[in-house]
Ligand binder design. Sequence first.
Ligand SMILES: [Mg+2]
Length: 108
Amino acid sequence: MNDEVEIYAEALAIYGPTAQIMMMLEEMAELQIALLDRIRGRGDLDLCRRQIVEELADVSIMIGQMRHMFCSEAEFDRQKKLKIDRLGERIKARMAKLKAETELLETR
Ligand SMILES: [Mg+2]
C-alpha cells in the first residue's frame, strides 16, 4: 500500500464514510464555483487559475478516497479505460464526419 492509499484508508477510518462522501460533495461544489468564476471572468485570471488547481487537487484527493471506499484499483482502471476508449471512438467518428462535410463543401 502506498502512502497516498494508506492516508485515504486512515481518513475513512477516522472520519467515516458518510463524512467523507459529504466532503466529496463539498469539494466538487467548490470546484464548480471556481470554474464558474473563471467562465464569468470574476476576479484576477491567475487567482482563478490557482483556485481551480487547488480545487482540482481537493477533488482528486476525495476521488482517491471514494475509489478506496467503493472499488478496487483494477475495477476502476477497467471502467476508466472503457470510458476513454468510448471517448476516443466518438472523437474519431466526429473527425470523420467533419472531414466528409469539408470534402462535400469543397466539391461544390
Ligand atoms: Mg476545496
